[in-house]
Design a binder for this molecule. Structure first.
Ligand SMILES: [Zn+2]
Length: 106
């Protein structure tokens, strides 16, 4: 029981010193940082396969969506032979020289 009264203050002082060292010693900070970076790198290496499988799954899932969107865009662009005005964005005929809406040359 009495030991608590010694250990707790010592522990607090140690933590305090550690925090002070962290604040004033870039070297220690760098060491800790590099440890953290190493740990992160290790974690990434460990989960690399999982991440790869997740991303390939996601790619498969989104592939259909992208294909549908691309097809729709292509259809929209080629249908009616229409293009869009460079200046006002309104739909104009493919071979028109001037915009019907704003009158600017294409
Ligand atoms: Zn226009």
């Amino acid at each position: 029981m009495f030991a608590m009264f010694i250990i707790v203050p010592i522990f607090i002082v140690l933590v305090f010193v550690f925090v002070l060292l962290l604040m004033f010693s870039p070297k220690l900070k760098g060491k800790l940082m590099s440890k953290q970076i190493k740990a992160t790198r290790y974690m990434m290496d460990e989960s690399k396969d999982d991440i790869e499988s997740i991303s390939s799954n996601m790619a498969d899932a989104t592939k259909d969506g992208i294909e549908t969107t691309t097809r729709a865009i292509r259809k929209g662009l080629t249908e009616n032979g229409g293009i869009y005005c460079k200046y006002c964005g309104s739909k104009i005929d493919k071979d028109s020289i001037f915009c019907k809406k704003c009158g600017k040359e294409q």
